[in-house]
Design a protein around this ligand. Structure first.
Ligand code: ZN
Length: 450
């Protein structure tokens, strides 16, 4: 096949939707039958729920399969939910386990091969081609981070550089010295590297050959994307993955992505079955509406999670994309179903507040929302925002102006007007412990009486 083709695996990526759904049903039956027959844990859970693999007649019957909750998956530690034989596994990854036991995910040679396919599709989709050099600054370690794109790049004939995370000087040198076509990094690290390069006197938009970048693992508003594109002279794409599903290679934006398209990342429906449900009722939400993402790994033989409740809130759609791929799309994660806060009946996510605030160059690293109830029983919230530089607080006129603008910006994104906005110096808010910096518990203080 030629390098100028549009898709890495054209037959799969553009498979007619009906055929794709037939394939999903076939793969679902297979994986469920396998875990039922080969794994006592799954067999017991399914029997207790009155479910048998033979009950799966249509895709809709997936509703009969009980959900896997994060807690149950953690209870499966270390090997209860592994379905493959340990001797057949070729790689193991693990979640961080900051909130309890980690989840161990095994992959056989077959699983790694399909994982590489998914990542190769994504790299191809954003414009990487055989012979290109791809700099990978996702971490190579227990979380899957760097590995997915590494295998994907090799599979499609590109050359990955396993830089791994946190090596900004090395990354700048490599970007300047080698004809690197694309890189991946977390958005915050990319911003850091771009700014550091400027301090060293480089303009990576001109001094590197880079054209493409991929970013994930953190929420990042469109304004951050524009900043990265400017710093590196690239077109930046969003991608998403969870270690429970071998991480990178779950969803990624295609060449048709634009700011006006709210749901932008394709998810690979031949390998993954995604449902979007109402977190309270467990019932599916309408196509395109926000709900909780529930994932089933249709092909993994090592540790296939089935109907895993991610608690991530996003929208998904089967609407056809202008790029010609028939696989459904998922929007960027909007928040977590256990993180959303309700203020006077309106649902607000800390990630929305962040999105509103990152547009301000004066904004520092952290903010905190304090929610209270007044004497009339009305909810309101105060927003405390760290600025980048303490001297910004010296000019009272400036502070008043900035406070008002930030207030308006937060109201525009969340529909809720913060009652008070208080600006403080850098690092004055209490630090969150590792791993929870972006969670609601670190950013929201709910003082309302329950
Ligand atoms: Zn597309």
């Amino acid at each position: 096949m030629s390098d100028d083709r549009q898709y890495f695996q054209p037959e799969i990526e553009t498979m007619p939707v009906e055929k794709l759904k037939d394939l999903q049903l076939k793969n679902l039956k297979e994986v469920v039958t396998r875990v039922y027959n080969e794994n006592p844990y799954f067999k017991k859970v399914y029997k207790d729920a009155g479910f048998e693999p033979g009950d799966l007649k249509t895709l809709d019957d997936i509703k009969k399969i009980p959900f896997m909750e994060k807690g149950t998956v953690r209870d499966g530690y270390p090997l209860k939910i592994v379905t493959g034989q340990i001797g057949d596994q070729r790689e193991m990854h693990s979640t961080s386990g900051t909130t309890g036991k980690p989840v161990l995910i095994f992959a056989s040679e077959y699983d790694i091969d399909l994982w590489a396919d998914r990542n190769a599709r994504e790299l191809w989709m954003v414009g990487v081609r055989p012979g290109d050099i791809f700099l990978n600054s996702f971490g190579y370690g227990l979380p899957t981070g760097g590995f997915g794109f590494h295998y994907g790049a090799q599979k499609m004939g590109a050359c990955p550089i396993p830089l791994s995370g946190g090596q900004s000087d090395r990354m700048i040198d490599l970007l300047v010295d080698l004809p690197i076509k694309a890189f991946c990094a977390t958005p915050s690290f990319a911003l850091y590297v771009g700014q550091k390069a400027q301090e060293k006197g480089f303009d990576l938009a001109k001094d590197s050959a880079c054209e493409i970048s991929l970013h994930g693992a953190e929420p990042w508003p469109w304004s951050t994307r524009e900043k990265i594109e400017e710093l590196f002279g690239v077109t930046a794409y969003d991608e998403f993955g969870m270690t429970e599903f071998l991480g990178p290679g779950m969803t990624c934006e295609c060449e048709a992505r634009s700011k006006d398209m709210p749901i932008r990342m394709h998810l690979w429906a031949d390998h993954l079955l995604a449902e979007c449900i109402n977190p309270d009722t467990g019932e599916p939400v309408a196509d395109g509406e926000d709900g909780e993402m529930v994932w089933t790994n249709l092909v993994n033989t090592g540790t296939p999670l089935i109907r895993f409740r991610s608690r991530d809130l996003a929208a998904m759609t089967w609407d056809l994309c202008p790029c010609g791929r028939t696989h459904p799309r998922m929007a960027a994660i909007k928040g977590r179903s256990d993180d959303a806060v309700s203020i006077s009946g309106l649902v607000v996510f800390p990630s929305q507040v962040e999105e509103a605030l990152t547009g301000f160059p004066e904004m520092g690293a952290n903010f905190r929302m304090i929610i209270e109830t007044d004497k009339r029983g009305m909810d309101h919230f105060t927003l405390i925002i760290e600025l980048k530089d303490k001297t910004l607080l010296d000019d009272k006129g400036n502070v008043a102006n900035l406070t008002q603008k930030m207030k308006e910006s937060v109201k525009a994104v969340t529909d809720v007007n913060p009652k008070v906005v208080e600006l403080i110096g850098p690092d004055e808010l209490p630090r969150a412990t590792a791993g929870e910096g972006k969670t609601a518990s670190a950013r929201v203080e709910d003082r309302r009486k329950k």
